[in-house]
Design a protein around this ligand. Structure first.
Ligand SMILES: [Zn+2]
Length: 405
């Protein structure tokens, strides 16, 4: 007896090995990796010797903002007005766009085609639209349940304390389908770091949910804010449920950074990076040393903030390696890991791996090894989510037991 979440993916390679192996998925979970079972009666797909990767993971996206699939629109924010200009440009421009449900859905489909099976997206909550965008992204995600898991962060893009009423909306957004509460530059944008952090941590505490803070504030200010995050995480017992996105304060080589990273690690606070072009990379060796988990994201994708982004996490892993100046396979493998298993762990999903008991998410590509896939970003020939084929040109076939023997 088999079900929709059973699948044998035969003749694939894992890691840098040349060995042909089979991945057996039962009930959406990896049952075994190794020799193909001779008595398998369920659906089978022939991997044709391709490289198998775990499902790709975007740990920091903004799918509600996208103009994916719409005609090209040149960037229109006023460069003289900085962040405020970007926010105003979005709030006026988005009125002309199709619904969040349609745009986010189109983008999630693109993510699935490109092998992403897990995504954390920040979704705007503001005085104009309330929690509507959260509800629409949740609906788009529910429509694709089984193909991609979507975590929603209620995100006060337009500020929180500078826009009275937003704190209450963030609270309501958790009830409306958001999984985590967000925040944005408590000092640099919202102007009251203590009050800002107190408010969002109170929401996380009240709902027992996670927290993911946008922190672009740089230098000593950003580091001080991260210290405040550490203190509140410890005080409320939220260790393992807090992420700092961007964390530019860790990127300038200041001698105080190692002790701060140690404190982040002690509270299992994870970090998200989008491999930005205008800030030095996160100190990955130091983060490894103190066990700080890191995920990778696209950030905005073809939106009113930026024309960049393509929903391709292998390409973004390549960008991460390029920005860091990586050349060796071991370093490029680390980028692949951050775009898959390790990135998933950073957003609280610890079973996203091609090992027995792991989620049955498999992406097949034509590449010798993960390092080559990071550099070349090859087409996704097969995408499997929890044992179900959801994309790719490798057809799922009925079992032919003789062929497997
Ligand atoms: Zn962001």
């Amino acid at each position: 007896m088999t079900n929709d979440n059973d699948l044998l993916v035969r003749d694939v390679r894992l890691g840098g090995s040349d060995r042909s192996e089979a991945i057996v998925i039962v009930g959406g979970r990896v049952q075994s990796v190794g020799a193909a079972p001779s008595d398998w009666m369920g659906p089978t797909v022939d991997g044709a010797g391709m490289l198998a990767l775990p499902g790709l993971v975007d740990g920091h996206a903004h799918v509600d903002k996208t103009m994916w699939g719409l005609p090209w629109r040149g960037h229109s924010a006023d460069p003289e007005r900085g962040l405020a200009g970007l926010i105003d440009n979005e709030r006026s421009g988005r009125r002309e766009l199709p619904s969040v449900y349609e745009r986010a859905g189109a983008l999630l489909d693109a993510y699935i085609e490109r092998g992403t099976t897990l995504i954390r997206t920040h979704v705007d909550v503001d005085l104009d639209n309330g929690v509507s965008a959260v509800e629409q992204v949740r609906q788009a995600a529910d429509d694709r349940a089984g193909a991609i898991d979507v975590q929603i962060v209620a995100f006060p893009q337009s500020g929180m304390l500078v826009a009275p009423g937003t704190v209450e909306l963030l609270d309501a957004a958790i009830s409306a389908g958001a999984d985590l509460v967000g925040g944005i530059d408590p000092a640099g944008f919202d102007g009251s770091p203590v009050e800002h952090l107190d408010a969002i941590f109170a929401i996380a505490d009240r709902h027992g949910c996670g927290l993911d803070l946008h922190l672009h504030d740089r230098g000593a200010l950003g580091r001080w804010e991260m210290g405040q995050v550490v203190d509140r995480t410890r005080a409320l017992g939220l260790d393992g449920k807090v992420t700092v996105s961007h964390a530019f304060g860790l990127c300038d080589g200041d001698p105080s950074i190692p002790s701060l990273v140690e404190r982040l690690g002690a509270q299992r606070i994870s970090l998200a990076t989008v491999a930005p072009g205008n800030v030095d990379p996160l100190p990955l060796d130091l983060l490894d040393q103190y066990g700080v988990a890191v995920c990778l994201g696209q950030d905005g994708i073809r939106d009113l903030w930026s024309p960049w982004g393509d929903a391709d996490m292998l390409a973004r892993a390549g960008l991460m390696g390029w920005r860091a100046g990586y050349r060796r396979d071991a370093d490029l493998d680390r980028c692949a890991d951050i775009a898959t298993t390790r990135g998933a762990a950073a957003i609280g999903v610890t079973d996203h791996a091609l090992v027995p008991g792991g989620r049955g998410d498999v992406v097949l590509v034509d590449a010798a090894c993960a390092a080559e896939a990071v550099v070349t970003s090859p087409p996704r020939r097969l995408v499997v989510a929890a044992g179900r084929v959801v994309a790719g040109d490798r057809a799922r076939t009925a079992t032919d037991a003789r062929r497997l023997s």
